[in-house]
Design a protein around this ligand. Structure first.
Ligand code: PMP
Length: 397
């Protein structure tokens, strides 16, 4: 009889990459001095892979709020929201988020992943979900959980989306799913195009604003605000683990949808409530997102500067004011080697290989935050220049 564990073997390439000393994952951070540096193996490096875009995770107002709520209400939720774990603090956060986002209702979850997974309750085998080719794994998991059919259109390709909408079975429910700002490239979806096609084809729209809430839009409400099409989005999901600097997630939408999810979303009903510390941290961070738009401005300036430097060095990076940038490498091993060169130069970036990206499209992901100083950006840029020369990746190579 076959042993189910027999398949649980890491491929030989895993050990090969480890032996070469270029294995980039699960590197343990010992300390986080300031918002933009980390200590690993006793060395101080510039953090160039964090999603803490506004630099709020270490902000004293946020950490104090978390500490106060933890002292008052405990370190854990103590149960599921549905049963005995709901706090007035969760409800306060939901009301504040609803007001901030301009949505009728909000359901707070214990992670962004769980917020997206909740969407599985909205679709069934009779429905088709049509998503951008590069949507995040948790959106795909939601479709699987709901048992719906998944169709994917080429990244940002509105003609392809239209063809898939046309090809759908008449009468079947259709849901278009996209990320606002994409997590690996920082590019922003064509939400006006999606809104037009959704209207034309009677499809619903879900926007995953994980990376764009707090970052895009004058008020920080994300990609839909940025494009001026908030009304075209039926349901918006977000996470607290990026610009809000903590952990947790939320689904925002019409009252009846959120009420339904509170009772039918498995990732809400069958898991422990968000911890009081994280809920209070998210509330405090939300206040800062609204009150300090200059953080978004600083972020844009920093992003434009670094992406400009990388492009000038000869990397295939298009200068843009988005905090996430992909440095394309292609080959997986070369990607690991670039990551290691950067690490040795004192920069902690992220190596992304399949299945995190499509095969043959390995990349090093770099993110800037409002906590980076000019000196940090200089160090990132010069590390890339030196690594590119050594590996022959850039013009100067
Ligand atoms: N959506 C997107 C686009 C993401 O990139 C992520 C996490 N990287 C999530 C959702 C899940 O969020 P969380 O980390 O809060 O679970």
């Amino acid at each position: 009889m076959a042993d189910v564990f027999a398949k649980c073997r890491l491929p030989a390439t895993y050990q090969f990459v480890k032996d070469l000393g270029v294995y980039p994952y699960y590197r343990a951070i010992e300390e986080r001095p300031g918002g933009a540096e980390v200590v690993i193996d006793g060395r101080v490096l510039v953090q160039a892979g964090s999603n803490d875009y506004l630099g709020l995770s270490g902000d004293e107002r946020v950490t104090e709020a978390a500490a106060g709520a933890t002292r008052r209400l405990g370190a854990g939720g103590g149960g599921s929201r549905l049963g005995n774990g709901s706090l007035a603090l969760h409800e306060e956060l939901e009301a504040r988020l609803a007001a901030f986002l301009g949505r009728a209702a909000v359901m707070v979850t214990s992670a962004g992943y769980l917020a997206n997974l909740a969407l599985g309750a909205l679709v069934g085998p009779e429905d088709t979900v049509i998503g951008d080719r590069l949507i995040h794994a948790c959106l795909i998991d939601a479709v699987r959980l709901g048992g719906a059919r998944l169709r994917r259109y080429r990244h940002h390709d509105m003609e392809h989306l239209e063809r898939l909408l046309d090809a759908g079975e008449p009468g079947a429910g259709r849901l278009i799913v996209t990320e606002g700002m994409f997590s690996t490239s920082g590019s922003v979806c064509d939400l006006p195009g999606i809104a037009r096609l959704a209207r034309l084809h009677g499809a619903r729209v879900v926007l995953d604003s994980a990376h764009d809430v707090g970052v895009l839009g004058a008020a920080g409400r994300g990609a839909a605000e940025h494009h001026g099409v908030e009304d075209a989005v039926d349901v918006q999901t977000l996470t607290f683990s990026k610009a809000l600097g903590t952990v947790g997630g939320a689904v925002a939408g019409p009252e009846e949808i959120i009420a339904y999810l509170r009772h039918y979303a498995r990732s809400m009903v069958f898991t422990a409530a968000l911890s009081p510390g994280c809920a209070a941290a998210a509330l405090a961070a939300l206040g800062i997102v609204a009150a300090e738009p200059e953080r978004r401005d600083r972020l844009r300036v920093a992003a434009l500067r670094l992406s400009g430097d990388l492009a000038a060095t000869g990397y295939a990076v298009v200068p843009a004011d988005r905090p996430v940038m992909a440095v394309p490498v292609g080959d997986d091993l070369l990607c690991f080697r670039l990551w290691r060169e950067l690490f040795d130069e004192g920069v902690f970036a992220t190596a992304m290989v399949p299945p995190g990206v499509p095969p043959g499209q390995a990349l090093v992901r770099v993110s800037v935050t409002a906590a980076h100083t000019e000196a940090h950006l200089d160090r990132i840029a010069s590390a890339f220049a030196a690594a590119g020369r050594r590996l022959g990746l850039t013009r100067e190579g």
